[in-house]
Design a protein around this ligand. Sequence first.
Ligand SMILES: [Cu+2]
Length: 117
Amino acid sequence: MRRVAIATVLAVALVPIATAASPPPARLQVSADEFRLALSRASIRKGPAIVELVNYGEDDHDLALRRSGGTRTYRIGVVEPGRTGSLEARLLAGRFTLWCTLADHRARGMRATLNVR
Ligand SMILES: [Cu+2]
């Protein structure tokens, strides 16, 4: 009887371990200032991702991401100087363009590419 109880406890205890084995979200930090975007890494793993926009500049900035050939645009809304914004998304593999949508910031250099694989 006691052996059955122990086996049950072990089975329950193993469930969280199995869950923890699934990979954590990929993380990308995007640093913004006038007028550029710098990525913490050039590529990330496909699947769940957390993208963070840190505004080191003196103006407001935001961030849009779109996969080449894709139709969906992921967005982080306006982030004030010194602040951080983030989004969580499930990203497909591909080449993503990132840009700031405010005023002429993209044309002035606030764009970057990210490889998701
Ligand atoms: Cu901007």
